[in-house]
Design a protein around this ligand. Structure first.
Ligand code: GUN
Ligand code: ZN
Length: 449
């Protein structure tokens, strides 16, 4: 088989370690002029161009991005693709928001053609934002998962997704049963888990919409194949937490509902975790479960402020990733999500620096997903999912960049002022699938592998 080679050149940043555990400056690698050499979708070499230029094979001309920043593609650990059509819905907190806007939107996915249309738009919007991996909620309809994975497979993106499980407390068109949800999920697992870059995530929506029997069925599904993921919601809103207490009086906490069912483990990702007790953080630390910090959503729905620096306390660190949580979240851009994460931390008297921010959006999210051996870094052996950031994307950013005296200042400017306009290009497995400045259609399906 002939191997495919590509090379990128330009200023580059990558995280190499956890800035919540040690000094930020020890965790960021920055090269003013770097080379990324890519073979068959995997990074073969990464380092200063001057040191690596002689390793570029004859006939390969690096694509050069002077004045830009090569970075690992962003990872979004919590997002709902069917909620694009009601992002920015006015005036409700979580439970009212679900009833008024979310469930009706998800009901429209009974139409498979609608699911296909939205999946196409969603994948493109992720790539426009520089996001190359996401953990995604579909709807209760199996064909919503089919539509999502089919589109992701066309782009060869590494995506993690699953069918929502709900067997109570939702409109009847959105309900399955413990048995039916299990069987439909299993069929999707057999069809999609590990096919190309697609991975399956068992997806009970949240404790109020699943019976004990369904949560137990979810645990059984996790045992059906190696490497499956789990996603659900946890401790997002005070009214929701109270409801869970009423529904599960025998459990010691909201997290204990999931722990009792056997759902708290590595590769389990709990969205929000705003109203947590110390013993809940301890459980996450001991089990290796991850939390998805979703600041734009928590602010938009008035849910509360995630305690990032308590969660990541080095005495018992919990793995934390960054999530947009669209459509409760208000942007698919992880730069905009970091903008709000900074403010949420500031309200608790903390300073989220740029290295910590970019860690959350890349390597930290990969670690929370248990995928840091392959994702979230520019390093040999890692999958070549790369975004090219443009610090001069707008007149204001270009002006402000002129006053940035260090790479940390430039990154902080990007995470404060940046959004999808600051993403010049996105590479998936070494192929350019999005080019902001390309005339006509900026998206390009990769050549077949
Ligand atoms: N809790 C249960 N379902 C949802 C959802 O779709 N979005 C958010 N933000 N929270 C939830
Ligand atoms: Zn959510």
């Amino acid at each position: 088989m002939v191997s495919s080679l590509a090379a990128l050149r330009g200023p580059a940043v990558t995280l190499v370690d956890d800035p919540f555990a040690q000094a930020s400056r020890a965790c960021l690698q920055y090269h003013e002029d770097a080379l990324v050499l890519i073979e068959d979708g995997t990074i073969r070499a990464f380092g200063p161009y001057a040191e690596l230029r002689d390793t570029v094979p004859d006939g390969i001309t690096p694509e050069h991005f002077p004045g830009h920043l090569l970075a690992p593609g962003f990872i979004d650990t919590h997002v709902h693709y069917p909620q694009l059509q009601m992002i920015g819905a006015f005036g409700a907190q979580l439970l009212e928001w679900l009833d008024t806007y979310t469930f009706p939107a998800e009901m429209s996915f009974a139409d498979a053609a609608h699911a296909e249309r939205v999946a196409k738009l969603f994948l493109r919007e992720l790539l426009r934002a520089g996001t190359t991996t996401a953990m995604v909620y579909c709807t209760v309809h199996p064909h919503s998962v089919e539509a999502f994975f089919a589109e992701s497979e066309r782009f060869n993106t590494r995506m993690i997704a699953g069918k929502v499980l709900m067997d109570r407390n939702a409109p009847s068109p959105l309900l399955d049963t413990a048995q039916r949800g299990h069987d439909e999920s299993l069929a999707l697992i057999e069809r999609w888990h590990g096919r190309g870059r697609q991975l399956y995530c068992v997806t009970p929506r949240f404790a109020p919409t699943s019976t004990d029997a369904q949560l137990e069925a979810a645990a059984a599904l996790l045992k059906s194949r190696d490497g499956l993921f789990l996603q659900t919601h946890l401790c997002e809103n005070p009214g929701e937490v109270e409801w869970v207490r009423e529904l599960f009086p025998a459990r010691s906490s909201y997290l204990d509902v999931y722990a009792h069912a056997g759902l708290v483990r590595p590769r389990s990702m709990f969205g929000h975790a705003v109203h947590m007790h110390e013993h809940d953080f301890c459980t996450c630390h001991q089990t290796g479960a991850g939390l998805a910090h979703c600041p734009t959503s928590n602010l938009f729905l008035g849910s509360g402020l995630f305690k990032l620096f308590e969660a990541t306390d080095p005495r018992r660190p919990v793995k934390v990733g960054l999530g947009t949580d669209v459509g409760a979240g208000t942007s698919l851009s992880q730069l905009q999500t970091l903008n709000e994460a900074y403010k949420v931390a500031a309200l608790a008297g903390h300073k989220l620096d740029a290295v910590q921010g970019f860690y959350l959006a890349t390597l930290g999210s990969a670690r929370a997903l248990g995928f840091d051996d392959r994702l979230g870094r520019l390093a040999p052996g890692h999958e070549a999912d790369i975004c090219v950031l443009d610090p001069h994307a707008t007149p204001l950013m270009a002006f402000r960049a002129g006053y940035c005296a260090s790479i940390e200042e430039l990154l902080f400017m990007l995470m404060t002022l940046g959004d999808d306009r600051a993403v010049r290009a996105t590479y998936v497995a070494g192929q350019r699938v999005y080019d902001r400045d390309r005339a006509g259609d900026p998206f390009h399906l990769p050549d077949a592998a």
